[in-house]
Ligand binder design. Structure first.
Ligand SMILES: Nc1ncnc2c1ncn2[C@@H]1O[C@H](COP(=O)(O)OP(=O)(O)OP(=O)(O)O)[C@@H](O)[C@H]1O
Ligand SMILES: [Mg+2]
Length: 350
């Protein structure tokens, strides 16, 4: 069953179309991640779901109950939706414990215990309970905001870049912890992030927005390997793009003959592979295969991104292809290599 259903939501600010006909279903208990360039409408969409913004048209229902359509607009405090805004937005005149306990109905000892439990669940030390928001780091403020939203036991949780102020290690730990907390509580969640890795790992469903439109939604791996267009492909990670002749399920291109997921008529099209689908090995002495030269090497720890320029072919001069290889096995700049491909290429829409 779908927990949340958005249908043809539109919102304009002056002449700015912030949301353009958004239709999206979020299955019960699942995690949907929204990604998109700055200004594409992600926060506006969350605020609208939470009830802080009214759309110009469209409808929205949660667990089968209509919260918004042309005749009704259920106010935010009656929606049972938890919202962790982009900036945390803690109440500045309340300490950490008061912020977290803001919406708790319990009093006295039970309330203190629940606050301590919530602080523990977001890895905040209990001695921070009496601190003021301005005495916290950005990452600590985000965790207080998260605990405050969890305290409401929402049926839907909206998280707008909740881990952006955390360092890499804590960010990964928090992400896993939040995923577990939400799953244990059976809470449906929508998360906005600018971090592609985070989006791909956290999401059951990934939704890509651009200029107020929902460009594509689906399982993370499906979007990563089969993006709708070049912009979406590049938004979700590095991509190897090249022109090819497509015929009978095969692409003929500078990299050789590669299987593609396209049947239909023969045509010329742009194909896409992910950099980890290219493999480099020492160039064969007889010069066979697709040959290239390493022109750049970007050491990134466990993975190294190589730039490889092909020795022959149709690509414009100076254009290089990104290749990922294990960091400790990266060939030196200037090495002559042979390029082979793994798996299918994806044919992009022209
Ligand atoms: N209250 C408002 N009044 C006027 N314009 C607004 C308002 N809120 C948002 N906008 C505009 O709507 C568009 C979408 O904004 P939104 O905050 O939803 O983007 P976003 O995808 O969350 O961006 P970011 O990744 O930078 O947070 C932007 O062009 C923004 O300037
Ligand atoms: Mg935003």
């Amino acid at each position: 069953m779908n927990a949340l259903e958005l249908n043809a939501i539109c919102k304009t600010f002056g002449s700015q179309r912030a949301l353009d006909n958004i239709t999206l279903a979020v299955p019960s208990g699942s995690r949907t991640v929204i990604v998109g360039p700055s200004g594409s409408g992600k926060t506006t969409l969350l605020r609208m779901i939470a009830g802080f913004e009214s759309p110009d048209s469209g409808s929205l229902s949660l667990n089968g109950k209509v919260l918004l359509d042309s005749t009704r607009d259920v106010p935010a405090h009656q929606r049972r939706i938890g919202y962790v805004p982009q900036d945390g937005a803690l109440f500045p005149h309340m300490n950490v414990a008061a912020n977290i306990g803001f919406g708790l109905a319990t009093k006295g000892h039970a309330r203190d215990e629940r606050i301590a439990e919530l602080m523990d669940s977001v890895a905040l030390d209990s001695n921070m309970a009496t601190r003021w928001p301005h005495e916290l780091s950005g990452g600590q403020q985000q965790r207080v905001a998260l605990a405050r939203a969890l305290a409401q036991q929402p049926s839907l949780m909206l998280l707008d870049e909740p881990f952006s102020a955390l360092d890499t290690g804590l960010r990964t730990a928090m992400r896993k912890m939040v995923a577990r907390l939400l799953a244990d509580a059976g809470v449906t969640a929508i998360l906005v992030t600018h971090d592609q890795g985070e989006a791909l790992s956290f999401a059951d469903q990934l939704a890509v927005m651009r200029q107020g439109c929902l460009v594509q939604a689906g399982q993370p791996m499906a979007l990563y390997l089969h993006p709708r267009d070049e912009q979406t492909a590049l938004f979700l990670g590095e991509a190897v793009l090249m022109p090819a002749r497509i015929e009978n399920g095969w692409a003929e291109c500078d990299l050789g003959r590669i299987a593609v997921n396209h049947q239909g008529r023969s045509k010329t099209a742009q194909i896409m592979l992910r950099p980890e689908q290219l493999q480099v090995s020492p160039a064969s002495p007889d010069g066979t295969g697709c040959r290239g030269v390493i022109t750049e090497r970007d050491f990134g720890g466990n993975t190294c991104t190589l730039s490889v320029t092909l020795v022959a072919g149709t690509l414009e001069p100076g254009r290089s292809l990104p290749v990922h290889c294990p960091g400790l096995m990266a060939p030196a700049i200037g090495s002559a290599v042979k390029l082979t491909t793994v798996g299918q290429a994806h044919v992009l829409k022209s």
